[in-house]
Each structure stands twice: as structure tokens, then as C-alpha cells.
Design a protein around this ligand. Structure first.
Ligand SMILES: [Zn+2]
Length: 384
């Protein structure tokens, strides 16, 4: 409001949500009739004369609820009276979002499960020994866990193969059959030719068996956690899965381990809220797509984006892809548009975005797609 307006106050109507609220805006004019004609009265003089000073009047007025607040209260009352639950006499229970944290004080620390199988080091690219996705991605993690004596502290879980039906919950029959047909195929040239049809894929004679083993082991780990045999756990597996699309192998991935395991938990374990955190440096576009309409799985990814120039170079990896239909609001991308990110940056994302979301969502299970290519020293895509 400009300084030339010579009114004591003006009224503006402002839309706030669906309700129209009246907002009083004080003007800047000072030369009003009221002020000119008002006599100066001291507080003591006012008390004697049993009248109120302007200050006293304002104090009383400020205690009155504003027109906007009265209007909002009226709307809320109407909404509550019209709600079907209220009219049917049903009790509405609102759970305190911090209750799980309070309950966890009583939780006794349980065992951590670990799942790995040395056969997973057999999968490798026969025609390119320098292919970035290599057996060391499995062996170094297991070795490091051994060095730190972490494996001794965990409950060893037995890997298992996934069933066809389990894999078909997230992939097409054609995709499954094609990979199965490559099993034990030693024809290097034929395999190389097949892989040229896909982005960043190699197939080894063991790839099918190990892909099935990776999916089954992830499901088995989830089952052990959901049934409270272990409190949490880690599956060290290859080939990876978060780029494996419904009907296409992609980015070193054949079957989407985590997505299939999450679907298993929904379908067979009665879970309704799963938080899927993906901190691999690449966006897990396949995991995103597989639950894009599903509010039961909240997909949260932190990934290098570089304004769309970093692989997988997809517009859908940006922050404004938030889910659709019932799943709208249940897909959260945190794209990083510069390198040189530090622990503090990641902690800020965790504390300022992930944790508030997790507290609201109250997941029954948290699954982490824990790719290590965002860490310092990764020869492929070091962020530093
Ligand atoms: Zn990656």
C-alpha cells in the first residue's frame, strides 16, 4: 500500500485455501479526522473520569479473535459436522507421529543379518576386462566387512534363488525368458551382440543364475527382518537392480532386486508403508517407475543430476517428478547439480528432507539401495 493513501485502514480480501478470509491492512495515513478531533487523555485522568484511553481500547480489541480466525473456525466446524465419520458416530483416532520414536525407547537391540554368496563374483564382462561393474564390487565389500570383523557380529543368512512368479511381479515374461536363454551360453560374440541392444549391459554365462540368486537373497533378507528373526540386515549382492526396467535390462541391472522384494513385502507380508531410500549416485529410474502410482512405497533418491547431463540423462530424475495418481507426493528426488558434495551436504539432505518425510510417513520397513559409487575414491563417478 502506498504512502499517499489517506485512510485509517482498508480491507483486503485474500484467498487462503478454499476459505475467503478478511485481512485488515493498516494504511499509512496519519491526518485522519478521528486523530485530529481526539482529545489527549492521560491514564490517571481516564480512570478518574471512568473512561478508556485509546491504548486501553486497543488492548481490549486485540483480545478479540480476528474476523479471519472466526471464519476459519466456522468452516472447520462445518467440515467436521459434515464428515461421514462424525455423522456415523465413529471415533477418529489420530496417531501421534512421534509415538514410534517413543515406543522405540523400549526396543531391545536385535541381531543384524548378513547375506552374501561368493558365486556373485563370477559375473563379469568377458570382452572388456576394464568394465566398471566388476567382481571387485562384491569382493571388496565382503573383504572390508571381514577386516572390520563385522561379519562375525552378524547372523549369517542363507541365500536362495527367486521363483519365476516372484520375478514376474515386476518384469515381463519375455525379459525373464531372454535372460534364461543366455544361461551357460559360452558364445562370447553372440552375447556381445545381444548386449549392444541395451544401455550399459554385459551378459556372462552365470548372469541369469546370479540375477535370480540376487533377487531371492534380497527377498529372504526382507522376510527375516519382517518376521523379526533379525532386526535389520545387509545383502551384498550382484548383479545390481535399481536400473532394471519392467521389460528392459539397463545400467548393469537385469532384475530389480529391491523393487521385487518390496512388492513381496506388500503382497505376502501385509506391509502397507515401505520407505525406499536410494543413495546410489545414479537415479534409480526403474525403482521410481515401478512404484510411481503406489503410495505404499515412498521412493526417495539422492543422485547426481548435473541438470540432466549425468547418466541416465532423464528428465524424470529431477525434483519435480513427485509421483502420480494415488502415488502423488510419494516420490522424492534430490538431484545434485554440482560435484564436490561433502558429508555435510548429505547430512543436510538426510536431516532436513529425508527424516521429516520419514517421520510423517511412518514406514513399517526401510529398504536402502546402497550403491557406493557416490563415495570418495570411486573410480567411476567420484563426486569430489
Ligand atoms: Zn550407480
Amino acid at each position: 500500500m502506498g504512502p499517499g493513501i489517506n485512510k485509517r485502514f482498508a480491507e483486503n480480501k485474500t484467498e487462503y485455501g478454499n476459505a475467503m478470509a478478511k485481512v485488515t491492512v493498516y494504511g499509512t495515513g496519519t491526518n485522519t479526522e478521528l486523530e485530529q478531533s481526539s482529545p489527549i487523555v492521560t491514564r490517571r485522568g481516564a480512570q478518574k473520569a471512568k473512561i478508556q484511553t485509546r491504548g486501553m481500547v486497543r488492548k481490549v480489541e486485540s483480545r478479540k479473535p480476528s474476523a479471519a480466525l472466526l471464519e476459519a473456525k466456522k468452516k472447520a466446524r462445518e467440515k467436521l459436522n459434515n464428515s461421514p465419520k462424525r455423522s456415523s458416530g465413529e471415533t477418529i483416532t489420530i496417531r501421534d507421529i512421534y509415538q514410534s520414536m517413543m515406543d522405540s525407547i523400549q526396543t531391545i537391540r536385535g541381531a543384524t543379518g548378513i547375506m552374501y554368496d561368493d558365486r556373485m563374483a563370477e559375473h563379469r564382462c568377458l570382452w572388456d576386462p576394464n568394465f566398471p561393474e566388476c567382481p571387485e564390487r562384491y569382493t571388496r565389500v565382503v573383504e572390508r566387512c571381514r577386516e572390520l570383523k563385522l561379519i562375525d557380529r552378524c547372523v549369517q543368512l542363507s541365500p536362495r534363488e527367486a521363483t519365476v512368479d516372484e520375478i514376474l511381479t515386476k518384469h515381463t515374461q519375455e525379459l525373464y525368458d531372454l535372460l534364461k536363454s543366455t544361461s551357460q551360453n559360452e558364445d562370447e560374440e553372440q552375447m556381445e551382440e545381444l548386449c549392444t541392444k541395451y544401455d550399459a549391459i554385459f551378459i556372462h554365462p552365470t548372469t541369469f543364475q546370479l540375477s535370480v540368486l540376487a533377487v531371492g537373497s534380497t527377498i529372504e533378507l526382507i522376510d527375516n527382518i519382517v518376521s523379526n528373526k533379525v532386526q535389520n540386515g545387509m545383502a551384498i549382492i550382484r548383479p545390481p537392480g535399481h536400473h532394471a526396467l519392467k521389460s528392459e535390462y539397463n545400467g548393469y541391472c537385469f532384475f530389480n532386486n529391491v523393487a521385487i522384494a518390496a512388492q513381496h513385502a506388500l503382497d505376502n507380508r501385509g506391509l502397507n508403508r515401505i520407505l525406499l531410500v536410494d543413495w546410489d549416485i545414479h537415479h534409480g529410474q526403474a525403482s521410481q517407475r515401478m512404484f510411481y502410482n503406489d503410495p505404499r512405497v515412498l521412493y526417495f533418491s539422492i543422485h547426481r543430476y548435473d541438470h540432466g547431463t549425468f547418466w541416465p540423462n532423464l528428465r524424470e530424475s529431477d525434483f519435480d517428478w513427485v509421483g502420480e495418481g494415488d502415488g502423488k507426493g510419494y516420490n522424492i528426488n534430490v538431484p545434485l547439480n554440482k560435484t564436490g558434495m561433502t558429508n555435510a551436504d548429505y547430512l543436510a539432505i538426510f536431516q532436513q528432507i529425508l527424516m521429516p518425510v520419514a517421520i510423517e510417513f511412518q514406514p513399517e520397513l526401510v529398504i536402502v539401495s546402497a550403491g557406493y559409487d557416490g563415495t570418495y575414491g570411486c573410480p567411476e563417478v567420484c563426486l569430489i
